[in-house]
Design a protein around this ligand. Structure first.
Ligand SMILES: C[S@@+](CC[C@H](N)C(=O)[O-])C[C@H]1O[C@@H](n2cnc3c(N)ncnc32)[C@H](O)[C@@H]1O
Length: 440
């Protein structure tokens, strides 16, 4: 029987944080079963919001818990650390009355079977309330505690974006706006906008993203007119730019080399009648591409295979367009997935860059002369972006970079970078290459 204290969502948020921080699991997957067990959509939203809040503020709340607890809890009681962390993150947000937050945390401890620690939770949080100013002042005054990211990642972002690093870190702590993609096959953007406004959901037309609308308020997506019939999808504005870079036309043979869960493939198929191959390494993820296309009544050739090993799946016919939406650090989408900052390790970036480079080199020969390959990441780290694209250009004398000054983002030596929050978008990098008929 759920209690009215809000203990369950808070306990779920604490379990989610423990899964990320102690076991290195992805937050969405860790929360999934618990969310399914919560009946109220309000509780599900609260659990998600608090899990995000504690991960965004982890260095500070972890420091506070450490100071406030006189002794480290026993191993089997470790969850109490995260129950306290969630409560402190919530108290620091100051959105709810403090009494309710403390009460809910005490009940969360009981609901977790930690009844013997309920008094301790109460005492620790009351102590925090009495001494908030002094405890907060005692936290280290450094970017790790101010912005809530690991030091190695802050150092990389500082080095790559010396003039913008603080904006980047701050943007990663702000929840993103809700971007929609209008299915051109179903209706025009104007029709969609009118229908949404009539149903009480006003939207804004963003600059430079042809199929996008931005909702002025957060809403359960299923309530939007046209959504159930495939007229609308949720997709960030930056992700929608891949289609503009590819310059597709009806009848083209297109490879989406890293397709799951199918957002960009669907967008391309909404824009033109294509012979599209949706490749994906991971079988269960390829099934998600299939689901996305089914919902929108679109079709593609779905292939499970390794983009780095075309010999194992390619039929030998070249493509007019290739999209490589490469696996990357995902440092451009930290505002959606705050767990990424804790799940990535500094060594991951080099390994990812190596894999991206191999993918580019392996797929380039599959492009017909005159065709276009677009390389995309949702990363803000130069090693995965401009450095990668420049290396590719140097290596392939039959490649020419196509610049797109009309599209949003910061021009790089090669390609364009959108930093998180710029024009309301996620952080994305794009580079487009034409294959020359004779090497330049
Ligand atoms: C950034 S996601 C793609 C997102 C997708 N394009 C969309 O818009 O919905 C990268 C995908 O590449 C897949 N992937 C990773 N390595 C791969 C490989 N060697 N060959 C093909 N796909 C790969 C991952 O499983 C993941 O689904």
């Amino acid at each position: 029987m759920p209690t009215p204290t809000g203990a369950e969502p808070r306990l779920l948020a604490a379990r989610g944080a423990a899964a990320v921080l102690d076991r290195g699991e992805a937050l969405d997957l860790a929360l999934e079963p618990g969310l399914a067990a919560l009946n109220q959509s309000r509780d599900r939203a609260l659990a998600r919001r608090l899990a995000h809040a504690v991960l965004r503020d982890w260095p500070a709340v972890n420091g506070l818990v450490g100071r406030l607890l006189q002794r480290k809890p026993a191993r089997r009681d470790r969850l109490v650390h995260f129950i306290l962390g969630v409560a402190l993150a919530e108290l620091r947000e100051a959105r709810e009355p403090a009494r309710a937050v403390v009460h809910a945390a005490v009940e969360a401890a009981r609901a977790a079977g930690l009844t013997h620690l309920a008094g301790l939770v109460n005492a620790v949080l009351r102590n925090y309330q009495r001494n908030t100013a002094a405890l907060t002042a005692a936290l280290p005054d450094d970017p790790v505690h101010r912005y809530g990211y690991p030091g190695w990642l802050i150092a990389r972002i500082q080095s790559d974006w010396p003039e913008a690093w603080e904006d980047v870190l701050a943007a990663g702590n702000r929840p993103p706006p809700l971007w929609l993609r209008v299915n051109r096959r179903y209706w025009s953007r104007e029709q969609a906008r009118r229908s949404l406004a009539d149903a009480g959901f006003p939207t804004t037309i963003p600059d430079g993203v042809g199929d996008a609308l931005v909702l002025d308020q957060r809403v359960a997506i299923g309530r939007l007119p046209g959504f159930a019939d495939g007229g609308l999808s949720v997709q960030d504005g930056a992700a929608q730019l891949s289609a503009a870079y590819l310059q597709i036309e009806d009848g083209m043979r297109v490879l989406d080399a890293c397709s799951a869960p199918g957002g960009k493939a669907a967008h391309l198929l909404e824009q033109a009648r294509l012979d599209l191959t949706a490749l994906e390494l991971d079988g269960p993820r390829l099934a998600r591409t299939a689901e996305t296309l089914d919902r929108l009544k679109l079709s593609a050739r779905l292939v499970q295979g390794d983009a780095v090993d075309p010999g194992s799946w390619w039929d030998g016919r070249r493509f007019d367009r290739i999209l490589i939406d490469a696996p990357c650090s995902a440092t451009g989408v930290i505002r959606r997935h705050p767990d990424i900052r804790w799940l990535r390790r500094s060594g991951d970036v080099g390994a990812l860059a190596e894999q991206q480079g191999r993918m580019l080199d392996a797929l380039w020969p599959l492009l017909r002369p005159g065709g276009i390959l677009v390389y995309v990441t949702c990363s803000i780290l130069k090693a995965e972006n401009v450095v990668q694209a420049s290396r590719f250009l140097e290596l392939h004398c039959d490649a020419r970079a196509i610049e797109h000054p009309e599209l949003p983002g910061r021009a790089q030596d090669c390609g364009r970078q959108i930093l998180p929050g710029e024009a309301g978008m996620d952080g994305f990098y794009f580079a487009a290459f034409e294959r020359l008929c004779s090497p330049g």
